[in-house]
Design a protein around this ligand. Structure first.
Ligand SMILES: Nc1ncnc2c1ncn2[C@@H]1O[C@H](COP(=O)(O)OP(=O)(O)OP(=O)(O)O)[C@@H](O)[C@H]1O
Ligand SMILES: [Mg+2]
Length: 254
């Protein structure tokens, strides 16, 4: 069973007036087969956590460790992290000019699987995955995220998740901007992958509505750069009713 272990993680960014500490000692363990939800106010550092684990150069780790099956993730390049089985669906997916979805996915699959998937099988695999996500097949030939609507970008992220089969996936607000039908399709995609038991999921979200489709085993409250409370699915309902005030004090949720 693959395990992602985040221990006392401290991360800073270089702000205009010098370094600013965003993550202040994050502790979290995600195992294959588990679903964790992270909820917390705007600006509390949730995306920073996702980017730091994925290896975004803007975020400087100043303390702590991230291990995947005991291997030091922080010393890996971004590519090595993907090959090791880490996947990040970004809150704001970026455009990749001049690269079609189809080519992008095949390159990514080649990198994570260690060999290029046979073209004919691959085309079929992509087509079927797109059908399950109710995506227009024409998307395969469009440039990655170029002119995609918010919801289309999120479906494309789940398409990657289905095809790349990571061990640990971090989904940063994959539910934001989805209409109810898209939310269901995207959630079903996550559940399909989760049902294999081969993936551990860290779901960052603001809304408990996605948690009606994807039942988390663990819910964590994130505030002020760290996890301040953990519980079961019922914690999400409490947050929905009561908000984060109990955790943040005034003014924390910038
Ligand atoms: N380059 C930077 N310079 C200064 N501050 C930064 C920089 N990058 C990030 N931050 C700050 O780090 C904090 C955490 O940002 P982050 O995006 O991780 O929050 P979040 O919890 O994902 O919020 P949201 O719920 O709005 O997505 C914010 O206050 C943000 O302004
Ligand atoms: Mg965020």
């Amino acid at each position: 069973m693959a395990t992602l272990e985040i221990r006392d993680l401290h991360v800073s960014v270089d702000a205009e007036n010098g370094p600013r500490e965003i993550l202040r000692g994050v502790d979290l363990t995600v195992k294959q087969g588990e679903t964790h939800a992270i909820m917390g106010p705007n600006g509390s550092g949730k995306s920073t956590l996702a980017y730091s684990v994925a290896g975004h150069p803007k975020y400087r780790v100043t303390g702590g460790s991230v291990l995947l099956d005991g291997e030091d993730v922080l010393s890996m390049t971004v590519d090595e992290r993907a090959r090791a089985g880490l996947f990040l669906a970004m809150q704001y997916p970026v455009e990749v000019a001049g690269v079609s979805v189809s080519n992008f996915l095949r390159t990514a699959a080649t990198a994570t699987r260690g060999e290029a998937p046979k073209l004919r099988l691959w085309v079929k695999e992509v087509k079927e995955a797109m059908e399950r996500l109710q995506m227009d097949p024409a998307f395969a030939e469009r440039n990655v995220n170029e002119g995609f609507s918010g919801g289309e970008k999120k479906r494309h992220e789940i398409l990657q998740l289905e095809l790349l089969r990571p061990k640990i996936a971090i989904l940063d607000e994959t539910d934001s901007g989805l209409d109810v039908d898209a939310l269901r399709v995207v959630s079903e995609g996550v559940n399909r992958v989760q049902a294999t038991g081969q993936i551990g999921t860290l779901l960052i979200t603001h809304y408990t509505r996605i948690l009606k489709y994807i039942r988390p085993d663990h819910v964590h409250v994130f505030a002020g750069g760290r996890i301040v409370e953990s519980g079961g699915a019922e914690l999400a309902d409490k947050l929905e009713d009561e908000g984060y005030e109990a955790y943040t004090g005034k003014g924390e949720s910038a």
